[in-house]
Design a protein around this ligand. Structure first.
Ligand code: MG
Length: 334
């Protein structure tokens, strides 16, 4: 296996060497014990990590290998987008079952590196290991990837979840529910029916950078777990409640209201702005829609509450119904 691992790392190193130049912050990438990043005056580093686990975040029979690589990187890039940060360096650690070390892994790396190139992030290090079989089991072992991403943002300007106030207007980029509709098509009809929104989502990096540069947003989060759940996170962090207008929701073609409210992995940006702020109809080419507003917490001790206002003006509670690990079985989303 030793030679196999050396070859594998050599292959990844060659791919990394083909990246155009070195990033603005990466002084030393793959090849030494550590990477060296420089810090730049007036900027701060923004760091996030993300796990991609087989049978949790993807299924080998549904997702092409390149899609698994793309999604692995985009999950982290979307978090940088939500902070309004520019991606700089990425570190990728993978545990690879022996039977995937050939063509499947090449496909994964093709998808990962294509996304890295597209979004200008440099692969600056990582680790590889052979994933072990479970003792006493003949079942194959599972693939796991962990990424660490470093981005940069103007000092003190990175967007946070905690900056929203009552009366701020709530906005969302792009469309909602497309990824959930795509996942349903995959599970019902097989991988030839996969949709781009699910297999190759786009992180809203340029929109996030624009929000920071133009001082438009008071708070932001990316939609990874679903609108109802991620909006609850934003409301909790900001100490406010929210009303969402059902008629204003930009629901993707083929998606249901439930997909738009509770389906995860759309990787759009949800953000708030002061009522007087002129938010453009498009940010870096992506449509932006006002979908509701923030309201005061009636009772400070209660958690965040979200309401959905129907077309008849009636309001109903909108409970967080998106993805959640460790949720007791039989509760919420199946
Ligand atoms: Mg996030």
């Amino acid at each position: 296996v030793k030679k196999g691992e050396r070859e594998l790392i050599e292959g990844i190193r060659k791919r990394a060497a083909r990246q155009d130049g070195v990033g603005r912050l990466v002084r030393l990438g793959i090849g030494d014990d550590c990477a060296i990043l420089r810090s730049r005056r007036g900027e701060e580093l923004v760091v996030t990590t993300d796990l991609s686990l087989e049978n949790v975040h993807f299924r080998r029979d549904w997702h092409p290998a390149a899609s698994v690589g793309h999604r692995c990187l985009v999950r982290g890039l979307s978090d940088l987008a939500a902070m309004g940060a520019r991606p700089e360096a990425a570190f990728l650690s993978i545990a690879v079952p022996r039977e995937l070390a050939g063509r499947w892994l090449e496909g994964f790396l093709d998808g990962w590196m294509a996304a890295a190139k597209r979004y200008s992030v440099v692969l600056a290090g990582g680790d590889t290991a052979e994933a072990p079989r479970c003792p006493g089991s003949s079942r194959h072992s599972l693939f796991a990837a962990d990424i660490l991403l470093v981005g940069s943002a103007p000092a003190g300007k990175a967007l946070r979840r905690s900056g929203a106030s009552a009366n701020d207007i709530l906005y969302v980029t792009g469309e909602l529910g497309g990824a959930a509709a795509g996942l349903r098509a995959l599970s019902a009809r097989g991988r030839e029916y996969g949709r781009r929104e699910h297999l190759y989502p786009e992180p809203r990096l340029k929109a996030g950078v624009r929000l920071v540069a133009k001082h438009l947003a008071t708070a932001a989060i990316d939609l990874s777990d679903g609108l109802s759940t991620d909006l609850t996170h934003l409301c909790e962090a900001s100490g406010v409640n929210a009303i969402v207008n059902r008629a204003a929701l930009p629901i993707a073609r083929g998606a249901t209201l439930d997909d738009a409210l509770n389906g995860g992995e759309d990787y759009e940006l949800l953000f708030t702005a002061r009522p007087g702020t002129k938010v453009p109809a498009r940010l870096a080419g992506v449509p932006v829609r006002a979908i509701g507003r923030m309201i005061p917490r009636r009772r400070a001790r209660h958690g965040a509450q979200i309401e959905l206002r129907g077309e008849d003006g009636r309001r109903a509670p909108l409970l967080p119904g998106g993805w959640e690990h460790f949720r007791p079985r039989g509760e919420g989303k199946s």
